[in-house]
Write a protein that binds this ligand. Structure first.
Ligand code: SAM
Length: 238
């Protein structure tokens, strides 16, 4: 069944006018007409069985019929990624949505060499991935922020899992034992973390430095591996 994310409030009988792209997708790509059913979710009201009640060249009108799943969120996991080249960030955002991250925070570190990314496009990638996965929310994509600023404003209740390519950290699974959500995973840039950044991170009480094995992984591979290990050890894969 088709699932679409909409910003509208969802309740019994609520009318929803999908975007032009969503209308085109429903009527021209999926060739659905009046009476056809799909699911809508908005990240607040759960999932709703919905019917197409009008369909014209200008677009279609949907009506929410019944809630089929109450609102629920996955484990509280953030992913903090140093800005790497656009195609890799897009892959990381898609995988973060699939692997259950609640929020993706872009960060500028000493060695990031990318300073601009189209956030609108990243939001669209996150929505499309969320629609495909069955989750009831869409991960938020935060504007880029310097790593020092993120650490200055850190909520100490949230553990920061620091993926440290330096080679002297314990393995991730071993390091995660006894930890729980909320948590965040930090992935560095292609050039890695600068020594002063590693020093600051390792001096912070909420930071857990971890190794992802003896080989240096690309940032996107490291992000996928770390989220996978976290979900298996602490999250909703247990
Ligand atoms: N240029 C760096 C180097 O040669 O040491 C590699 C950086 S790596 C491409 C990008 C990020 O992925 C790292 O900053 C780290 O956060 C993560 N990463 C990659 N391999 C890792 C490993 N074996 N253990 C822990 N983190 C790793």
């Amino acid at each position: 069944m088709i699932r679409l994310f909409v910003p509208n409030d969802l309740s019994a009988g609520a009318g929803v006018v999908p975007t032009v792209d969503q209308s085109r997708y429903l009527t021209q790509v999926m060739r659905l007409g009046v009476g056809a059913e799909l699911f809508l979710f908005n990240g607040r009201d759960g999932e709703w069985r919905t019917t197409i009640i009008e369909s014209t060249k200008r677009g279609c009108l949907l009506k929410a019929e019944e809630q089929v799943r109450p609102m629920e969120f996955g484990p509280d996991l953030d992913l903090i990624i140093a800005m790497v080249k656009r195609s890799r960030v897009e892959t990381i955002v898609e995988k973060a949505a699939e692997l259950g991250a609640r929020r993706v925070r872009l960060t500028q570190t000493r060695r990031t060499n990318v300073d601009f990314l189209k956030l609108g496009r990243l939001d669209a990638i996150a929505i499309e991935a969320a629609e495909q996965t069955g989750r009831l929310d869409v991960p938020t994509i935060d504007d880029p922020m310097k790593l020092d600023k993120i650490l200055d404003g850190w909520d100490a209740d949230r553990k920061l899992i620091f993926c440290d390519e330096g080679g002297d950290a314990r393995g991730m699974t071993e390091s995660l034992s006894g930890t729980s959500a909320p948590a965040a995973i930090l992935i560095g840039p292609e050039g890695g973390f600068a020594p002063e950044e590693r020093e600051r991170l390792r001096s912070l009480p909420f930071v857990i430095p971890v190794s992802l094995g003896p080989r240096i992984l690309r940032a996107d591979t490291a992000a996928i591996a770390a989220m996978t290990l976290w979900q298996a050890a602490v999250g909703d894969w247990r």
